[in-house]
Design a binder for this molecule. Structure first.
Ligand SMILES: NC(=O)C1=CN([C@@H]2O[C@H](COP(=O)(O)OP(=O)(O)OC[C@H]3O[C@@H](n4cnc5c(N)ncnc54)[C@H](O)[C@@H]3O)[C@@H](O)[C@H]2O)C=CC1
Ligand SMILES: O=C([O-])CC(=O)C(=O)O
Length: 309
């Protein structure tokens, strides 16, 4: 299996590293527009192989997409990260152009690839890649839900003093402050979380999750990369190993949840064909209202992209 990661910055390099040391692919090609950066990071990851004992080949490329030819999966992380005071949506004008030009190259050299978008604003960049690639919707998806649920699970694990491994959760909607965590579908080793935590503490954790990206931007002056890079690698793994994992993933909705033509995070089954099924949960009225607010927000940002097209 061959996987390309475009953007050899913080998230892309982390993703490539996880793909390599966990031997998720046989070959990982790292691409960046900045001269030498992708080659250098790919070489560094390859030199770690004898220490960490893996044999995934890592190759770097300065914008030469020939090296990416016939990739099975392509992860797109190229684009600006936000700085303190910015929203993810503020990145749209710069990142839309980057995602468009990168997707054109990806499609030309890997017409059968499955594309995973990481660049922000996530839902709208997934839209951009889908528009440009003209691939079927099940083969163009965005990574956000695994990261957002991971933050939620980590905060819960800390509060309850249990292993993060035992916390299961699902979350829906756009990757932003309108995301919709679903406590009704959150369990600790099968026990409904609401039996273990009072509602005030749970609400505080939900709020912290919604602004989890911004918390890190404030601390570091740029956005997160360890959890995002690992989350993207986990999606790649589900696809290349045909694991049929159930994850929240951003995809164009075609009538699911009564929504058409909007890109939103929903639980899906992920396997060798990409998104193999969108799972439709029976949401209650309050959850539907939150999802509707999120849909409206993503549609607004999608319309900015359309105006600039
Ligand atoms: N979906 C999510 O949950 C998350 C999304 N992100 C987003 O991922 C993106 C990358 O973040 P970082 O890696 O932290 O940024 P970074 O600045 O460390 O890396 C971005 C890389 O993209 C490269 N690049 C720019 N234009 C390019 C082009 N046309 N072709 C190839 N490479 C190009 C840059 O040279 C740079 O090395 C940002 O848009 C960020 O907002 C970050 C974390 C989580
Ligand atoms: O917050 C950001 O800008 C990056 C991101 O999407 C996240 O870490 O959730």
């Amino acid at each position: 299996m061959k996987v390309t990661v475009v953007g050899a910055g913080n998230v892309g390099a982390t993703c490539a590293d996880v793909l390599a040391y966990r031997e998720i692919a046989n070959e990982v090609v790292l691409v960046d527009i900045k001269e030498g950066v992708a080659e250098g990071k790919a070489l560094d990851i390859w030199q770690k192989a004898p220490i960490n004992l893996y044999d995934t080949r890592t190759v770097g490329s300065t914008n030469d997409y020939e090296k990416t030819a016939d990739s099975d999966v392509v992860v797109i992380t190229s684009g600006l990260p936000r700085k303190p005071g910015m929203t993810r949506d503020d990145l749209i004008s710069t990142n839309a152009g980057i995602v468009k030009s990168v997707t054109e190259q990806v499609v030309k050299h890997s017409p059968e690839a499955i594309i995973i978008i990481v660049s922000n604003p996530l839902d709208v960049m997934t839209y951009q890649a889908h528009l440009t690639s003209k691939f079927q919707r099940t083969k163009v998806m965005g990574m956000a839900g695994i990261l957002d649920t991971a933050r939620y699970r980590a905060f819960l694990a800390e509060e309850l003093n249990v292993s993060p491994k035992d916390i299961q959760a699902v979350l829906m909607g756009g990757h932003g402050d309108t995301m919709v965590p679903l406590p009704r579908y959150t369990t600790v080793a099968g026990i409904p979380v609401t039996e273990l935590i009072d509602s005030e503490k749970l609400d505080a954790i939900i709020e912290r999750t919604k602004f989890g990206g911004g918390e890190l931007v404030k601390l570091m002056g740029t956005s997160a990369w360890y959890a995002p890079g690992s989350a993207a690698a986990q999606m790649v793994e589900a696809i290349v190993r045909d694991q049929k994992r159930v994850f929240p993933v951003c995809i164009k909705l075609d009538g699911e949840y009564g929504i058409n033509d909007c890109y939103l995070g929903v639980p899906v089954i992920l396997g060798k064909n990409g998104v193999e099924k969108v799972i439709e949960l029976d949401l209650n009225a309050a959850e539907k209202e939150l999802l509707e607010t999120s849909r409206k927000h993503v549609l607004e940002v999608m319309s900015v992209l359309e105006k600039n097209a």
